[in-house]
Structure formats: structure tokens, C-alpha cells
Ligand binder design. Sequence first.
Ligand code: A3P
Length: 293
Amino acid sequence: MAKTSDQYFLYDGIPFPCIAHNEESLDFARNMFQVCDDDVYSITYPKSGTTWMQELLTLIYSNGDQTLSRSVPNWERVPWIEQVSAQMYVPKLTSPRLITSHLPLQLFPKSFFTSKAKVIYTMRNPKDVCVSLYHYCQLVLFLENPQDFDVFLSSFLEGDVLLGSWFDHVQSWLGTKDQVNILFQTYEELLQDLRGSVVRICNFLGKELDEAAIDSVVENATFKTMKDNKMTNYSLVPSDFMDHEKGSFLRKGISGDWKNQFTEAQSERFDQIYQEKMKEMKGLESMFTWDKP
Ligand code: A3P
């Protein structure tokens, strides 16, 4: 294991924040963790809609009732398997377990590949991911604080940010589309049609919710409702870890915010690499429902 800085260490070549992970927690997730057939995994590259999917899954499995989503923090009710805290939260889950992960495919629990567990993989326009991550890194005090967006953009394009390259992450999971029980969801589809997306997710999960329950899931998973829910908006995180004065975790909740951040030259630089990487993902472009860069 190599330490890249005080904030990150490399595991299998991928930078992980020291604050929440160590070699044992990642080894455990990959080699020892026992996936159950009725588990539901929400997988994302960071800043792609992780918290939103945690809220949606909680509400769907509560039939629209908000008691759980209003009383237990998101990281406890849909915990990350790769984090050190998994040892504390995962054993408390009841079936069907709802579990979060940022792991790329090659680091995901081996036992998943012989199970019938379901995965929802949520993706977002990588330009918006990059902007959201840039602001997030300024908010949290346990990550390198990027002073300059241009430098951060280069790190993002090189995969030298937490969880490595967006391109590699997405490509690794898209490659499973005909092999495992997986639903691909985009952040942009959630924004455009939250109700339609909830129905689609319910169909995938085999959850039959009546109209009133679906309405309640939708109402309780809007940006505004989640921003007001202290079990979801990260306001419970102590200020030693998150500088709440600097901004909010639920920051803007829109698509296309990159246009407010990128210069034309930065956008062109991004597009060039995007087009190059997309060649490796030929035939899968239709899954990317955001505006073409
Ligand atoms: P922004 O920083 O662009 O606002 P993650 O949970 O994967 O870390 O992603 C966080 C991003 O998702 C943030 O994006 C946050 O505002 C956005 N988000 C979370 N819940 C949302 C919701 N209900 N509607 C729209 N965006 C949401």
C-alpha cells in the first residue's frame, strides 16, 4: 500500500481517502464480504447521485414512509461496504440489505459474481461530476483542498482524484451489462423524470408500490426535501470534518453546472479526452443520457 499524501493512499493503484478506508477494510470488502442473493447495491463514482439513490432506496423499501429516512443517517441505513465503518453498520442491516459502494468492478466483493444480488449503477455527466467533486473537496477537511480548478481538472482527467478515473469506473461497470443483475440509471434521468425513474427502479427491484407510496417516495427525494433532511444533508458531520460555513453537501442539484465553471478551452480539453475514451466504450454511448459534450 502506498501513501500518496496524508489524505489518500493507493489500493490497487486507486486513491482512497484515509479518513474512511484502510487496506483491511478494502481487503475485507473484496475477499471476505458475503453477498446475499436479496442484497441491493447502489454503486456510483463519487458525486454521481449516491446520496440521492440512498434516499430513493430507503423510501422505496419503506413503501414511501419517511420514518427511517428522517431518523437514521444515510450512511447508516445504506452503508458503504468498503469503508471502515462497514463493520459497525452492515451487521445491523436486515434483509433485504441496501448497500452503497464506490468501488470499481475489480475491487467489488468476489462473492457478488456468483450471487443473484441486484445492482443499480448511477452515472452522471462527468463534467458535472468534476465540478461537484471540486466543490466537495473544498468543503471537506480530510481531502486535498484544490485551490485552482484548472489543476483539479487535470487531476480529474488523469484519474488522480479519489476513486481514480471516472472513465475506468464507468467502463468497468458498463462491461457487466449482460452478465449481472444490473440497472443503469443516470442522474439526468432522475432530474428529468423522478417519478418515471422511481417506477423503473421499482420494476427492476420487483417492488410493487401503490400510487400514493410512489408519490411519497418522489416528494421525499426532491432536492429541496433532502436538503432540509438532516439525516441526508450531511449537517450531522462534525465541523472538524466538513466546513459547513463554506457551503452545503447538497450544493445545487442541477445538470449542466459545468457551463458555469469550465472555460471554453477547458471544455475543449475535456471533450478531446472524453471522445478518445469513448472509443473504448463504443456501442454504449446511448446509456449516457446527458448532453453530448
Ligand atoms: P452538486 O454538487 O452538483 O449539487 P453524491 O451523493 O454522489 O456525493 O452526489 C452529490 C451530488 O448530487 C451533489 O451535486 C448534490 O447536490 C446532488 N444531489 C443529491 N441529492 C439530489 C437530489 N435530490 N436532486 C438533485 N441533485 C441531488
